[in-house]
Design a binder for this molecule. Structure first.
Ligand SMILES: Cc1cc2nc3c(=O)[nH]c(=O)nc-3n(C[C@H](O)[C@H](O)[C@H](O)COP(=O)(O)O)c2cc1C
Length: 213
């Protein structure tokens, strides 16, 4: 059993406030990106790309867009949820060392993508697996990652010159951290908690409890 892997899985956190902002070690960044690029992908399409965003002005413009989208979400909340949400940070765009924007190109390896003919989303799933590999590898390096999805795809596409047929899937805030919280931010702030594993595992038929967990 690889206890190091389990350790990284359980230490991994979504980070917003704990970034130190120090520059990342280039060799470590290469290892992290290499781990992301080692992900499985439908039909071996490897539909991801990684855009490293260090430019201060681009990051400021993105951060302002995220702040506006935060307001959009906030406007739809009732008073109780809005009070909880006001305590939660949703991004670490300027505090992190760099942004890594992960994109999805559905055209790569198309049209005969082995394994995607019945489920178009498998391409997107593949990109998310690359993101998870990146996230775990960054954790193993002692870094944090924060996934930001408070943005409109056309805005991010325009900002970074991403082609029309390529989807930005995530802006990841990446870099060294002062610490990783033990409890997810949303749980600490009373937004929502992790549900018990037993509720997520079913035996043979949907809703039937599994004796093993
Ligand atoms: C697809 C996806 C989008 C997310 N978008 C955001 C986001 O925009 N802002 C944010 O603060 N956290 C975001 N998160 C992080 C989740 O809130 C976080 O993973 C969850 O609360 C569990 O915490 P943990 O990752 O620390 O275990 C996102 C996570 C995923 C998987």
């Amino acid at each position: 059993m690889d206890t190091g892997l389990y350790d990284a899985i359980h230490r991994r956190r979504d980070v917003r406030r704990e970034f130190t902002g120090e520059p990342v070690d280039p060799a470590a960044l290469r290892r992290v990106l290499d781990a992301a690029h080692a992900a499985p992908s439908v039909g071996m399409t490897q539909p991801w790309d990684f855009l490293l965003v260090r430019d201060a002005e681009l990051r400021q413009r993105f951060q302002a867009h995220v702040a506006a989208e935060r307001e959009v979400f906030d406007a739809g909340l009732d008073a109780e949820r809005a009070a909880v949400f006001s305590r939660i940070s949703v991004e670490g765009v300027l505090g992190s060392s760099l942004g890594v924007v992960v994109t999805y190109d559905a055209g790569r390896g198309a049209p005969a993508v082995l394994g995607r003919h019945a489920i178009a989303d498998t391409g997107l799933y593949s990109t998310c697996l690359a993101i998870q590999n990146l996230w775990l590898a960054a954790t193993a390096e002692g870094w944090g990652v924060g996934w930001v999805s408070f943005y409109r795809e056309p805005f991010l596409r325009d900002l970074l010159g991403i082609p029309e047929d390529v989807r930005p899937v995530a802006w990841l805030c990446v870099g060294p951290v002062a610490q990783l919280q033990e409890v997810p931010d949303l749980e600490r702030h009373g937004w929502r908690s992790r549900r018990p594993l037993a509720d997520a595992v079913h035996a043979d038929r949907w809703g039937a409890p599994a004796a093993d967990v």
